[in-house]
Write a new protein. Structure first.
Length: 301
């Protein structure tokens, strides 16, 4: 049997989350547009796909994103005018996506196909040196930090086609993303987004805890908790922030630190002597892992 991918996300309380979603979608103002579920089907690779019987649109369907159509986010139009139908749709979505970072909700005045094209335009971006970069805002782990990682102008451009944007966060709760003031839109908002070096650095840094989680799940799965997965992410965030302060640059070294921290159930991060030790040894060319293991054993003996 294929092992399901591990995510640093808590499984939601199904009924409570469904009620949160239904309540949020019910607060629709006149003229604000229709509601769509935004489902990142890239996370269906190790299980059955979402089946959606009513109107939906595939976002990666045109131009250079067409090659990614099979893993494209879906826009599933929700029938909010009929409460029993909406309840069934929300339950279907929550049941399918539970514990995976793949469910959001957007409100837009655009019809589904037009909204899909608009969102595709802000997924295919580039770096400062012109390299293609896929901005995976349908992955709710990414969406949660985009308002802080991007400039106000670029975040306004990403969200320009939507009136509201909600996601199911790591704790399994519905949270609303703060949209930028439309006045922040750049004068050339119709041109593809080119990330600055600073934005790219922020995106990479924000994604490090999840990258660590993936590697740990493949090689040190016994260290990962079955419950309290969102807390695991907070622990790895703290570790990554500490590593940056101390000048740790190699991902392999960061992985060794994560193994040591999780092996002590996070106690190393609360040891006041750990940061000075790491500052002293962060740039050691050889023997870092052995020194870390020895020091950890001595401190926790």
């Amino acid at each position: 049997m294929k092992t399901r991918t591990y995510f640093a996300c808590d499984t939601p309380q199904m009924r409570a989350l469904c009620q949160q979603i239904e309540s949020a979608l019910a607060k629709t103002t006149d003229g604000a547009g229709a509601w769509f579920a935004l489902v990142d089907t890239a996370f269906d690779h190790d299980g059955p796909p979402l089946t959606w019987p009513s109107a939906h649109a595939r976002i990666y369907a045109h131009d250079r994103l067409a090659a990614l159509a099979e893993v494209s986010p879906l826009l599933c139009e929700l029938r909010t005018a009929h409460a029993p139908t909406l309840q069934r749709e929300v339950l279907r979505l929550v049941s399918h996506t539970a514990g995976r970072p793949m469910l959001g909700f957007v409100q837009s005045r655009l019809p589904a196909d037009d909204l899909a094209r608009a969102l595709a335009d802000v997924a295919a971006v580039s770096t400062a040196d012109g390299q293609p970069f896929l901005l995976r805002w349908a992955d709710t782990r990414v969406a949660e930090y985009l308002p802080q990682a991007l400039t106000a102008a670029h975040w306004a451009q990403v969200a320009s086609a939507v009136r509201q944007w909600w996601i199911v966060d790591r704790r399994g709760e519905l949270v609303q993303l703060a949209l930028a003031d439309p006045a922040q839109l750049p004068a050339e908002a119709d041109k593809p987004i080119q990330l600055t070096d600073e934005e790219l650095s922020h995106l990479i840094a924000a994604g490090e805890p999840d990258a660590l989680t993936q590697v740990l799940s493949e090689h040190f799965s016994d260290l990962l908790p079955k419950e309290g997965r969102a807390e695991l992410h907070r622990t790895l965030q703290r570790l990554c922030a500490l590593a940056r302060r101390c000048g740790v640059e190699r991902f392999a070294r960061l992985q060794s630190l994560a193994v040591a921290v999780l092996g002590t159930r996070g106690a190393l991060l609360d040891d006041p002597k750990f940061e000075p030790w790491l500052q002293l040894h962060a740039h050691d060319e050889h023997g870092f892992e052995d020194a870390l293991a020895l020091w950890s054993e001595e401190q926790l003996a």
